[in-house]
Design a protein around this ligand. Structure first.
Ligand code: FAD
Length: 456
């Protein structure tokens, strides 16, 4: 069933599969190196355990497998000095309310100055976990007051965990439900969820809604998949869909495809106890669904374009691990990576999206942003720690990519670029690393298919 014509364009992106493959072959070593071999990009602080699922009671969806567990760093000496709780607590500014970014920055400035020259705001500016208007994600709070753990990403690879069944399906369904733009976004009911800045429906209301919507949602989801795969119409309506809504779906489906690729590629053979690629898993989840693979390529184009757009931004970014030599190396590495990504819209042209500046167009963008924030909240419902870790990192990574694409403007003149939190930048690069590695894994699976066919 699998046929991706190498020269075919990844629809909605500007590059072909072959272009993206050859670009990835070139960039893969840089991306790997940056994500895995620098302190800045290989530690992530997040609140993995204390946030409750805001949508349903998730006690039954927990994963008890050892492979689901995440190793957090207990010993602070393993963490670069500047990020240790003690250091951060000294730097933390007043947080009574959520003032504008500028005002907040000014309040923190004297504290930053105490650190001396050369230490910029990216070291500590993880103000709080409330959303900025331009955020596509619920931010992770990296300040000392935020509950959270440092996780070494290199020590917690995304792989098979055995998390499946009803709990996992419920999460995917809820995520795809956010794609139903015809029904109101989950936010806006006016019922608050503790610890969240945005209103959400109460649990019971949400459950009732979910039950009502379930059939409709799955129908819409099947229709989306049928349209993408070009499979014969099975009595589905011919539905015109706007580009923005299609992009939303493709981001989610591409992320799902990337997760599936990683779990199939680093799979535990429960009979032998060995880890390795599982060709059957690949066939069932990916090979037989070329549209999912296409969406993964689409995500590569989208995230790559965002990282390319950071070319100038990172020039002034301070990568403070407390080791200025390493910081310079990190900066040079990301500049080199961003510089190797073709500038201009050859890969992905975000300027064709959200072009309607009327009230309808503006509310479409807000709707898109709210829905994406909801996807990031749904990650607190994932009942497997390691899946939750990578689910949160990747939604944050896509949220950051969308923020860079749609809030940074296309030229430097006059547009105040939103600050990127450290967690956002780390998530962005690690998300790119995941997609890039998934493309390499797919190449390996394709070769395994050829070997199987040829009996070699
Ligand atoms: P699922 O992958 O659960 O898919 C459910 C349904 O969605 C399918 O039946 C199909 O109709 C549809 N679908 C599947 N793929 C796509 C796609 N790409 N695009 C559109 N529709 C699709 N498991 C691990 O082993 N390791 C992990 O790291 C991991 N991380 C996860 C992270 C999150 C956020 C979630 C929700 C789950 C994670 N899981 C992980 C579980 C994994 O994704 C599957 O849910 C599980 O393996 C069961 O797979 P399944 O075959 O039942 O189909």
């Amino acid at each position: 069933a699998f046929q991706l014509e190498p020269k075919a364009k990844v629809s909605d992106a500007c590059a072909s599969y072959a272009d993206l493959d050859s670009l990835n072959t070139k960039l893969y070593p840089y991306i790997r190196n940056l994500a895995n071999n620098t302190d800045f990009f290989s530690y992530y602080r997040l609140n993995l355990y204390d946030k409750q699922c805001p949508f349903w009671n998730d006690e039954n969806g927990l994963c008890g497998n050892i492979a689901c567990a995440v190793t957090t760093l207990e010993n602070e000496t393993q963490i670069p000095q500047i990020w240790r709780a003690e250091k951060l607590s000294r730097l933390e500014g007043p947080k009574a309310q959520h003032p504008g970014r500028k005002q907040q920055r000014e309040r923190q400035r004297p504290l930053l100055d105490q650190l001396g020259a050369g230490v910029g705001e990216s070291c500590v500016v993880e103000y709080d976990d409330e959303c900025d208007d331009r955020d596509y994600c619920v931010p992770e709070d990296e300040t000392a007051s935020g509950k959270g753990d440092y996780v070494s990403l290199a020590e917690n690879p995304e792989r098979f965990t055995g998390y499946s069944g009803e709990g996992a399906h419920q999460v995917w369904e809820a995520i795809y439900r956010e794609n139903c733009f015809s029904r109101p976004a989950t936010s806006g009911s006016g019922v608050g969820v503790p610890g969240s800045s945005a209103p959400f429906p109460a649990l019971s209301q949400n459950q009732a809604q979910a039950a009502m919507d379930f059939k409709q949602v799955m129908k819409a989801h099947d229709r989306q998949e049928a349209i993408k795969s070009g499979s014969p119409d099975e009595g589905l309506d011919d539905e015109e869909e706007c580009l923005e809504k299609r992009v939303f779906y493709r981001v989610i489906s591409g992320m799902h495809a990337s997760i599936s690729t990683h779990l199939c590629h680093d799979y535990l053979n429960q009979t032998t106890g060995e880890w390795g690629p599982n060709l059957e898993c690949y066939k069932e989840r990916l090979h037989e669904h070329p549209e999912r693979i296409s969406n993964l390529y689409f995500n590569y184009a989208l995230v790559l374009r965002a990282v390319g757009k950071l070319r100038d931004y990172v020039q002034d970014y301070t990568f403070c691990t407390g080791d200025s030599e390493q910081d310079q190396i990190t900066k040079d590495m990301i500049k080199k990576l961003a510089g190797a990504i073709p500038a201009g819209p050859q890969i992905f042209d975000e300027s064709v999206m959200f072009t309607d500046h009327t009230a309808d167009g503006i509310s479409l963008k807000e709707d898109f942003r709210n829905r994406f924030r909801n996807v990031s909240r749904i990650m607190d419902c994932v009942g497997c720690d390691k899946c939750r870790l990578w689910g949160k990192i990747q939604t944050n990574g896509f949220g950051t990519a969308l923020k860079v694409l749609f809030e940074f403007g296309n030229d430097d003149a006059g547009v105040e670029k939103p600050l990127l939190r450290r967690t956002e930048l780390v998530a962005l690069i690690n998300t790119l690393d995941k997609i890039s590695a998934a493309m390499k894994a797919l190449e390996r699976f394709r070769n395994m298919m050829i070997a199987e066919r040829d009996g070699t």
